[in-house]
Design a protein around this ligand. Sequence first.
Ligand SMILES: *Cc1c(COP(=O)(O)O)cnc(C)c1O
Length: 388
Amino acid sequence: MRKVYMDYAATTYVKKEVLEEMMPYFTEKFGNPSSFYSISRETKIALDEARSRVAKALNCLSSEVYFTGGGSEADNWAIKGIASANKEKGNHIITTKIEHHAVLHTCEFLEKHGFEVTYLNVDKEGFVNLEELKNSITDKTILVSIMFANNEIGTIQPIKEIGSICREKGVIFHTDAVQALGNVKIDVQDMNIDLLSLAGHKIYGPKGVGALYIRKGIKIDNLIHGGGQERARRAGTENTASIVGLGKAVELAMENLEEHSKHLVKLRDKLIDGLLKIPNTKLNGPIGDRRLPGNVNVVFEYVKGDSIILNLDFAGICASSGSACTSGSLNPSHVLLAIGLPKASAEGSLRLTLGDDSTEEDVDIVLEVLPPIIERIRGASSPWREKL
Ligand SMILES: *Cc1c(COP(=O)(O)O)cnc(C)c1O
């Protein structure tokens, strides 16, 4: 059976070129970058090279890039670090209802420690309202954290506009760009971004490595305390091999950005068109260039998402209902609820995310396999039978 992987938003494989650059750092180039002999100088240089590749992709200085143990750590550091270092100025944070749990649960944690959090609404397509954002900022607001692109429904926020509002009001702006990187152009200068999170394993790099961009002069406390690594801001012996892999993955993502997104958009739109031919099916999230190139998310009314995933798995297709972090729990996706879907519809949602290795043939297979699955599940489900 031919396997079809359509869950690239959950994670990607590591590209061959990335793995090749990483390999020597597990064996002969194992020196601790903080030590003072030749094999350590080698690893120190490799870290610098990775840092400058990331800096180039974001249009910032190398000295503004800090490596972390992934996207979740970068989000935690940005939010807790800003909260802790700026609490004299205020205790108010603004975010949205559709953030990744790495942001949402961090904000909920801070609420237990005296911070106040505004969770902005989003419209039917998942966009924040810029007027609502402006009106939510008070003289107690110390941070706005709004994701660049949503991992479930693909909404790309008007980040430049959000950045200018925050800059005008003198509020620090963090964005989780884990899904955006490699798919959308990012420029932290042009977009007035103060902090930005990214992760390796969503862009064909290794898992467990990421980075936080921190604009020079931003007041932020450390999250991980200990040794003096990362200019004394993030302790712990550097994960050299993974950092090298992250640097290479970022470089490749920048080189391929236009070709990659064009390829994905073509497959995405074909997949969406085909899926919407199935009766009682709706697209979640926006269409066109305000949607992530590789993201498809649909709701099949009168069907449970979990049973679709299971049936697709039997047919060799890897897909996701909502986000990978919520599957396994019975809660409907917070993102789908925030865009106004009723609980029952949110439970009947399916996310298919495309990547570099996706082909037209993959799309054809899904469009052949899925309609009879939906029909069969609906045949067995009572709300659908009652409707007939
Ligand atoms: C995957 C993801 C994260 C978490 O990154 P990890 O490296 O898995 O910790 C955070 N935000 C978004 C939008 C993501 O898609």
